[in-house]
Design a protein around this ligand. Structure first.
Ligand code: NDP
Length: 273
């Protein structure tokens, strides 16, 4: 019998996850069906309970439900517990497990696909929402020399830093206008500013000349990417992370790791045509 999965979000029409999981399914021979479901803002838990009743095996969770998914899970993996946010739910016979594959997806895209080691690099993480929470611990595991979190609402960046145990990496939280005079090898945009094409008030001097500027948004050139490119940095969108975090979720559900590069090429061609 075909196992059913879905991605839950609001909005959700733009989601490429059904396409990606269909490609993984045909590539690996795993018999799954994966759909997108628009969830009312006050209806997340009711939707999940209904899907469990209908026999679904798991769901991915996107904006704005990642924190709610964390609270709903009966137990969480270490990486989800650390993030306090869940993007993958596994429906077992007796319980619901919450996982977070965003960080693994980002790190794999940067280090494997883009061939940029994170170790000993100066990293700037812009944003302090669910996506930033999800990638912080996996980034720290790669041992950058410095990791600064900058956010529009300063308190949220400070709270993220305060929650971390001490590590070898120097950690700091700040507001965007505290970034003048600082330069980073890797700048990651984990804000949702690109959704509205809003520019971030960060100085162009934050990008090292041959540095990597990584926008988690994908599908269009954002003001962040344009600014970075103008300074000589390598501007990349988040399509690789999208496919890698999906591959990690597929692996969690099915125990099979799909090949990601052909799927990235396929999704990219659909976005550009
Ligand atoms: P959240 O809503 O949890 O957080 C949004 C963050 O963006 C907050 O830090 C918020 O700041 C900041 N922000 C929003 N608008 C602006 C603005 N105009 N200027 C400056 N800062 C702004 O969203 P998520 O963290 O879940 O998602 C963030 C982005 O990452 C989304 O675009 C999402 O699509 C993308 N993403 C991509 C993935 C991929 O696989 N490629 C995976 C996960 C996410 P404040 O705290 O001040 O409100």
């Amino acid at each position: 019998m075909t196992d059913r999965y879905a991605v839950l979000g609001n909005p959700i029409a733009h989601s490429k996850s059904p396409l990606i999981h269909a490609a993984f399914s045909s590539q690996t021979g795993q018999d799954i069906h994966y759909e997108r479901i628009l969830v009312p803002l006050d209806g997340f838990e009711a939707t999940v309970r209904e899907l469990i009743t209908q026999g679904y095996r798991g769901v991915n969770v996107t904006v704005p439900f990642k924190f709610e998914a964390f609270r709903l899970a009966d137990e969480t993996t270490l990486r989800a517990g650390d993030a306090g946010a869940v993007n993958t739910l596994i429906f077992n016979q007796t319980n619901v497990v919450g996982d977070n594959t965003d960080g693994a997806g980002l790190v794999r895209d940067i280090e494997v696909n883009l061939n940029r080691p994170i170790q000993a690099q100066r990293v700037l993480l812009l944003g302090a929402g669910g996506a930033a929470e999800g990638v912080l611990h996996p980034l720290l595991e790669r041992k950058p020399s410095l990791l600064v979190i900058a956010n529009r609402t300063l308190e949220k960046a400070q709270t993220m830093i305060a929650k971390r145990p001490t590590s070898d990496t120097e950690l700091a939280g700040c507001a965007f206008n505290d970034l003048s005079g600082q330069q980073f090898d890797i700048v990651i945009n984990a804000t949702s500013a690109g959704l509205t094409n809003a520019a971030l008030p960060i100085p162009p001097t934050v990008y090292a000349a041959d540095g990597l500027a990584y926008d988690m948004m994908y599908g269009h050139d954002t003001p962040f990417m344009q600014q970075a490119r103008e300074t000589g940095a390598w501007a990349v969108d988040g399509l690789g992370m999208l496919v890698e975090q999906a591959a990690e979720a597929f692996y969690v559900w099915r125990g099979v790791r799909p090949e990601t590069i052909p799927v990235m090429t396929m999704v990219r061609s659909l976005l550009t045509c």
